[in-house]
Structures are given as structure tokens and as C-alpha cells.
Design a protein around this ligand. Structure first.
Ligand SMILES: NC(=O)c1ccc[n+]([C@@H]2O[C@H](COP(=O)([O-])OP(=O)(O)OC[C@H]3O[C@@H](n4cnc5c(N)ncnc54)[C@H](OP(=O)(O)O)[C@@H]3O)[C@@H](O)[C@H]2O)c1
Length: 333
């Protein structure tokens, strides 16, 4: 099987490329920076294609002869930084994503495995975990990144109605794992923890999943699914206190002992954002991120467990491997 993977140097994409190569797939990985790919994908039997989603035409022909397209690239972690990112979010996560799928069909790719997010499902009022049917409207999204993925999913529905190439969309929870080179928000939190920079925790609730488990589920879908599908991969419902305790256990770094009430955290995060904007600096956590952490939304990965027979590894193993990867790569926060 020949697979084309976008976002080959990302947290999810690099783990996916590694898994695919290990399973004997012929892999073509789209990367923006050849040097980053050299470092991250070193030693793997992978064909690296350098290109950008803003301009697909120059590299689209590499989709030819690929059985499956795994689309993991997105305008994502850039939104942690200040500013209104809507133009880029819409361009990359909606317009160019659909354009990529059109090219994939044109070049004969048999199946598309896409990455959305569980931030596109709404919290249920009955207190039960949300599932794939609890789809948000764009106005319900908690932030612009989430909105771009909701709009993207709607456009992918339209694509699926009008094209023959099946699309399996994955909705992962908050991903952690080795290979978070950028880093993403989870990796930055781990680095801040290791550096003793986190002042404390606050009441929170969020699903956390290992990027390798998401990658594994995507490969199973590529090998077994037949039509258009959507799968949440939810992992473990946890909170900051528990995450910090696991981090302390695996890293030996003392967890912060203070727990702040949510209104205080909102106020201080809002003030920090204003000060950072005034000084033209970035914040470690934005109000947008805080909203996600404190929504206490739980999502169900039962459909993927049932259909794809996927299991998620223990949280401690994920955090252990994440911390060790950062340390082995000279990053201690
Ligand atoms: N991390 C999470 O918690 C989480 C949760 C749910 C869903 N997701 C989704 O999962 C997917 C993978 O995210 P991730 O966690 O692996 O984040 P990531 O490490 O930031 O990976 C994103 C990848 O997209 C690439 N990319 C960004 N803009 C691009 C462009 N214009 N052209 C080509 N490539 C571009 C990046 O390239 P560079 O390496 O050059 O920067 C990177 O490889 C995304 O669709 C994201 O929305 C993430």
C-alpha cells in the first residue's frame, strides 16, 4: 500500500509516518521544511515531498499512485498566538483541504483519512458523553480554530455527497505524545511543567489521547472502512490535577500544589492577555484555551472502539513517553 501523509513533521503526522513505515507501507510525506523532516523522520524509509497547502498545484502530482491520503496538516497551533487568524484558518482548514481532496480524487487516490477534532462536537445537556452525532453549528464553536474545523467538516460532507472518494474523518481529543517538535499546546504545557513555570491548577475536565493511538486508528480505518465515516478518538477523561500528578510521577518534578478557582483564572488570563498584547508578547494560555479546559465536555470514542477495535494506552505511558522524548531531544522546558 502506498500512503500520502500531509503534516509529516507534526505531532500526529510524524507518528503516523513512523507507524506506516514500520508496517511496510510506501510512504510519501508532505513537509514544509526538509531540515525538520530530516531530524524527525531520520532513518525511516520515507519519500519526503516539500510543499505547502497554500499552493497545492506544484506537488499535487505526488498523490498519483497513492492508495490512501492521510490529511493531518492544519492551521492549528498558530492560533495559540495572538491575533485574528480567521483568514488563514479558513484558507488551510476549509478551502485548501477540500482542494486537496479534489486533487486526490483527480489523481486516483482510493480513500481519504482526514483529521478534524472533537472540539467540533457540542457538550450534551443530559450529562452523557458527546458522540459523533452531536455536531456543532459554526456559531457554537468555542474558538475560531474550532469554528474552522466545524465549517471544514460541513464542506467535507458536501465533498462526500458530490464525489466518489470516501472520506473517513477522525475527531481526536487533546493529543499528547512523543515527536511534538513544534511543540503543540500539550507539549508546551509539559515543557512549562518541567521548567516549574506553572503556578497551579484549576477545576478542569478534558479528554486526552495519545497521538500514536490516533495514528493507529487511522491506519485501521484505511485498511478496513468502506464508506464515509466519522470517529471520535477520546482516550481518557482527565483534569489538570491528575495530569500534573502523572507528570510529577514520571518526571520527578514537583507538581504545583495550588488550585485556583475558575473565575480567578479567567480574570488573570484575561489580564495577562491584555498585558501581553500591550507588550507585543505571547501568553502561555489564552482565554480561548481556558474555555476548552473548563467546559468539562466528555466525548465518547465507543464507535471507534466498536468498529475499528482500537484501544487507547494508559495515560501514564503517554506522559512518560512524551516527557522522555522532550528530554532525549534536549528540551527540559
Ligand atoms: N494536537 C491536538 O491536541 C489536536 C486535537 C484534535 C485535533 N487535532 C488536529 O490534528 C491534526 C494534527 O495536529 P498536530 O497535533 O499534529 O499539530 P502539529 O504538530 O502542529 O501539526 C500540524 C502539521 O500541519 C503542518 N502544516 C501547517 N500549516 C501547513 C501548511 N500551510 N502547509 C503544509 N503543512 C502545514 C505543520 O507543518 P510544520 O511541521 O512545518 O509546522 C505540521 O506538520 C490537525 O488537523 C489538528 O487540527 C489536533
Amino acid at each position: 500500500m502506498r500512503a500520502f501523509v500531509t503534516g509529516g513533521t507534526g505531532l500526529l503526522g510524524s507518528n503516523l509516518v513512523r507507524l506506516l513505515a514500520g508496517k511496510g507501507y510506501e510512504v510519501r510525506a508532505l513537509v514544509r521544511t526538509a531540515k525538520k523532516a530530516e531530524k524527525l523522520l531520520d532513518g525511516l524509509n520515507v519519500e519526503v515531498v516539500t510543499g505547502d497547502l497554500t499552493d497545492i498545484e506544484p506537488w499535487a502530482h505526488h498523490l498519483k499512485d497513492c492508495d490512501v491520503l492521510f490529511h493531518t496538516a492544519a492551521y492549528f497551533r498558530e492560533t495559540f498566538r495572538r491575533g485574528d487568524h480567521w483568514t488563514s484558518l479558513k484558507q488551510i482548514n476549509v478551502t485548501q483541504t477540500v482542494r486537496l481532496f479534489e486533487y486526490a480524487e483527480q489523481y486516483g487516490v482510493g480513500k481519504i483519512i482526514h483529521t478534524s477534532t472533537n472540539a467540533t462536537v457540542r457538550k450534551r445537556k443530559d450529562g452523557m458523553p458527546s458522540d459523533e452525532s452531536d455536531r456543532m453549528n459554526p456559531e457554537e464553536a468555542l474558538n475560531l480554530y474550532g469554528k474552522s474545523k466545524v465549517v471544514g467538516d460541513l464542506e467535507i460532507d458536501r465533498f462526500a455527497r458530490n464525489h466518489r472518494t470516501p472520506v473517513v474523518t477522525f475527531l481526536p481529543a487533546w493529543m499528547f505524545g512523543p515527536g511534538d517538535a513544534a511543540p503543540t499546546g500539550s507539549g508546551q504545557m509539559v515543557l512549562n511543567f518541567l521548567a516549574g513555570k506553572l503556578p497551579g491548577s484549576f477545576p478542569s475536565g478534558i479528554d486526552v489521547v495519545d497521538a500514536r493511538d490516533v495514528a493507529h486508528a487511522m491506519i485501521i480505518a484505511a485498511e478496513t472502512s468502506t464508506g464515509n465515516e466519522r470517529y471520535i478518538i477520546s482516550g481518557h477523561y482527565t483534569n489538570l490535577v491528575e495530569l500534573f500528578a502523572v507528570l510529577q510521577k514520571v518526571s520527578g518534578v514537583q507538581a504545583p500544589s495550588k488550585t485556583f478557582p475558575i473565575p480567578i483564572v479567567y480574570l488573570s488570563t484575561w489580564i495577562n492577555e491584555r498585558i501581553a498584547a500591550f507588550r507585543n508578547k505571547e501568553v502561555d494560555m489564552s482565554v480561548d484555551e481556558l474555555r476548552v479546559m473548563t467546559e468539562m465536555k466528555r466525548t465518547s470514542g465507543a464507535k471507534a472502539v466498536h468498529h475499528l477495535k482500537v484501544t487507547c494506552r494508559p495515560l501514564e505511558e503517554t506522559i512518560w513517553d512524551t516527557v522522555n522524548w522532550f528530554r532525549a531531544n534536549g528540551k527540559n522546558g
